[in-house]
Write a protein that binds this ligand. Structure first.
Ligand code: IBG
Length: 222
C-alpha cells in the first residue's frame, strides 16, 4: 500500500492550502515537510525534486507532483470527488476556477504595497458579493440540491467552502444576502472529514501574519 502523501511547502496557506483541504475532505492522512529557509528550498531544487523549481510539491503514489492544479485534479479524480462524467467535470472545473480566482485575490493581499490594500480589500468584497457568490447561490437555487454538482459532494463544494471561510475571516457577515450559501456552509462544514479539519489542532493553516510575510519573502527571494 502506498504511504501517506508528503507535502512540501512553507508553513502557511498559500498555494498548498487547497491541497490540504482536498486531502482532508477525502479523508486522506498526509505528512508535511516545511520549507523554513531559502536553503531548504535550494536543497529541494538542487536535488532535482522540483520540476519547475517551484513549490507546492507533493510526493504521492511514487510521483513528485508539482503544479497546484495538476495535484488537485489528481487527488479529486483519485478520491471520486470529480464528477461522474465529462460534463460534471466541466462544471466542477468552472466552479473551482471561479473560487480559485477569488481566493487568488485574497492570497495576494498581504503582498500588495500598503497603499493598494484598501482598494484591493474593497474589490475582494465586491467581487465576492456581486460576481462569485451570486453564481453559487443561483446554482443551488436552480437545482435545489444539497451540493453544487450532480447532487453529490465534490471538489467544487470543498473549494467553495474554503473560499467562503476566507472571505468571512475578513468580513463575517459577507453571506448575509445569500441564504442558500449559509445553509451550504453549515452542511458542508458538518461532513465528518471536513468537521475534523475545521477543528483546532488540524493541519489547516491560519492566515499569513505580517511576521510570516517577511519570512516568506526571504524564502522565495522577493
Ligand atoms: N503554477 C504554479 C502552481 O500553481 O503550482 C506556481 C507555483 C508558485 O508560484 N510557487 C511559488 C514558488 O515556488 C511559491 S507559492 N516560487 C519560486 C519561483 O522560483 O517561482 C508563492 C505564493 C505564496 C502565497 I507563499 C500566495 C501565492 C503564491
Amino acid at each position: 500500500m502506498a504511504g501517506k502523501p508528503k507535502l512540501h511547502y512553507v508553513r502557511g496557506r498559500g498555494k498548498m492550502e487547497s491541497i490540504r483541504w482536498l486531502l482532508a475532505a477525502a479523508g486522506v492522512e498526509f505528512e508535511e515537510q516545511f520549507i523554513e529557509t531559502n536553503e531548504d528550498l535550494e536543497k529541494l531544487r538542487k536535488n532535482g525534486q522540483l520540476l519547475f523549481q517551484q513549490v507546492p510539491m507533493v510526493e504521492i503514489d511514487g510521483m513528485k507532483m508539482v503544479q497546484t492544479r495538476a495535484i488537485l485534479n489528481y487527488i479529486a479524480a483519485k478520491h471520486n470527488l470529480y464528477g461522474k462524467d465529462l460534463k460534471e467535470r466541466a462544471l466542477i472545473d468552472m466552479y473551482v476556477e471561479g473560487t480559485t480566482d477569488l481566493m487568488g485575490m485574497i492570497m495576494s493581499l498581504p503582498f500588495q504595497p500598503p497603499e493598494n490594500k484598501e482598494k484591493q480589500t474593497s474589490l475582494i468584497f465586491e467581487r465576492a458579493t456581486t460576481r462569485y457568490f451570486p453564481v453559487y447561490e443561483k446554482v443551488l437555487k436552480d437545482h435545489g440540491q444539497d451540493f453544487l454538482v450532480g447532487g453529490k459532494f465534490s471538489w467544487a463544494d470543498v473549494h467553495l467552502l474554503e473560499a467562503i471561510l476566507m472571505v468571512e475571516e475578513m468580513k463575517p457577515d459577507v453571506l448575509s444576502a445569500f441564504p442558500l450559501l449559509q445553509a451550504f456552509k453549515t452542511r458542508v462544514s458538518n461532513i465528518p472529514t471536513i468537521k475534523k479539519f475545521l477543528q483546532p489542532g488540524s493541519q489547516r493553516k491560519p492566515p499569513f501574519d505580517e511576521k510570516y510575510i517577511v519570512q516568506i519573502r526571504k524564502i522565495f527571494n522577493f
